[in-house]
Design a protein around this ligand. Structure first.
Ligand code: UD1
Length: 420
């Protein structure tokens, strides 16, 4: 198993190109199930989760050709409608196949994703919405069996909670449904916006893109023609590199990025004392000698993202004073706390609120990654820690960060991938 060895502390410099967004790519790959033509996705991030979803589509009968950071997918010969446990268990986002597969084939079976390290993460809202669209859903033997032999029908869906993959799933289902679907309390994440925009360019009527209420006019099972497109930059990868620069008090420029997708993250870093220079597609973070403590509450977009919580927790350990970080989206997303404590962080956990007392001197140690974003928090802390840190179980990192150690090395970090 691979692990990362980091010698700290270090100062970073230079620029880092941001990859395509994993969380945009996943629904967009699932969306190819709605296409009648070969679909090319450009700026595809080279990360494990993408390979997993492509494997799932291949299992259903799709074929694909990989290019340099691109893939062309052909879904004309779907022969299976069962998304098997062996693939779904490795990535919850496999649930994104449910909406388009059901809408297109009239029936499908998708393994329940089960629990995951950051909490329960149910899919009840996805299922309830599909039922409202006329699907019959049963759960048996760990699988969701969904049927709508005559096709799905438009409906008014009101999500009790804002759900990102839930919104994407229902948008895709509604695209091939008969009639009009309204989604109230829809997610507004840029990744959902891109899915809607690509569908709209492909001839699906969609109103309210980027707002809390989406209206989708379905094609009544007529497959759509999708032109090649480029996946948006990964705002969470970008935010992670901003935190890497911040914790090492370095000046770093991110390129190929969309600054407007990072408003909440940049605003928080500004209150912590960091300066910024931005252009249409670059962000330069300027160091500060005195990091101010932060008060953070994770919420849905456009507020502060839960996917940046762990990285800011690592950064707060170096702030002068007491920071508080409240996690509102997931009930068990603080597993990085005990690992950060191994490095010397002073953190108290009380329910879903972490109180961080800084600045705490950090010293290298062996630490274990527990989930994707938690892993990057450990890498950030290691960059600021004195001595050697070995970050184990980095398969979590490989799920979502393209060439993390290569990008950090190019910025001047002393980081190496080794094998246990
Ligand atoms: C997506 C992102 C993930 C991010 C999260 C929140 C992808 C592939 N993943 O995950 O990186 O951390 O959004 O921004 O895009 N919920 C229910 N019932 C449901 C669905 C969700 O109760 O049927 C709850 C969840 O448990 C959670 C909240 O709603 O508390 C938000 O979850 P959701 O937005 O669905 O997260 P994901 O789409 O899984």
């Amino acid at each position: 198993m691979d692990y990362l060895r980091i010698e700290g502390p270090c100062t970073l410099s230079g620029s880092v190109p941001i990859s395509g967004a994993k969380n945009a790519a996943l629904p967009l790959i699932a969306m190819t199930l709605l296409a009648k033509n070969d679909v090319t996705l450009n700026r595809l991030p080279a990360v494990k989760d993408i390979k997993t979803l492509l494997k799932l589509l291949e299992h259903l009968g799709a074929t694909y050709t990989m290019g340099d950071h691109s893939v062309t997918i052909n879904t004309q010969n779907i022969i299976h409608t069962r998304a098997i446990y062996e693939i779904v268990k490795t990535m919850r986002a496999s649930i994104l196949a449910l909406g388009p597969l059901l809408a297109r084939e009239g029936h499908c079976e998708v393994s329940l994703p089960g629990g995951c390290a950051i909490g329960q993460r149910p899919i009840d809202l996805h299922l309830k919405a599909l039922e409202m669209m006329g699907a019959q859903i049963t759960i048996k033997g760990g699988y969701v069996y969904a049927e709508a032999r005559q096709g799905l029908k438009g409906a008014h869906i009101i999500f009790d909670k804002i759900t990102v993959t839930g919104t994407a799933n229902i948008v895709m289902a509604a695209a091939l449904a008969k009639g009009k679907t309204i989604i109230t309390n829809a997610a507004r994440e840029p990744e959902v916006v891109q899915l809607c925009e690509v569908l709209r360019r492909s001839g699906v009527g969609i109103e309210g893109i980027g707002t809390q209420e989406l209206v989708i006019y379905g094609t009544d099972r007529r497959l759509i023609e999708i032109e090649p497109f480029e996946i948006i930059p990964d705002r969470i990868e970008a935010g992670t590199y901003l935190c890497a620069a911040a914790i090492t008090r370095s000046r770093v420029t991110l390129t190929q990025v969309r600054p407007e997708h990072l408003d909440a993250v940049i605003a928080k870093l500004r209150t912590m004392g960091f300066g910024f220079e931005t252009s249409a597609d670059t962000i330069t973070i300027l160091p500060t000698q005195q990091i101010k403590p932060a008060s953070i509450v994770t919420q849905e977009y456009p507020a502060f993202p839960t996917d940046m919580q762990a990285q800011f927790l690592a950064l707060s350990t170096q702030a002068e004073g007491t920071s508080t970080i409240e996690e509102r989206l997931f009930e068990n997303r603080f597993m990085h706390v005990s690992e950060l404590q191994r490095l010397g962080a002073e953190i108290r956990l009380n329910g879903n609120v972490a109180t961080v007392v800084g600045p705490a001197p950090l010293y290298g140690a062996d630490v274990m990654a527990t989930d994707l974003r938690a892993s990057s928090a450990l890498v950030l802390a290691a960059l600021a820690a004195e001595g050697t840190t070995d970050v184990h179980r980095i398969y979590h990192l490989d799920r979502g960060y393209e060439g993390l150690e290569l990008k950090l090395k190019a910025l001047g970090a002393n980081i190496t991938r080794l094998q246990e």
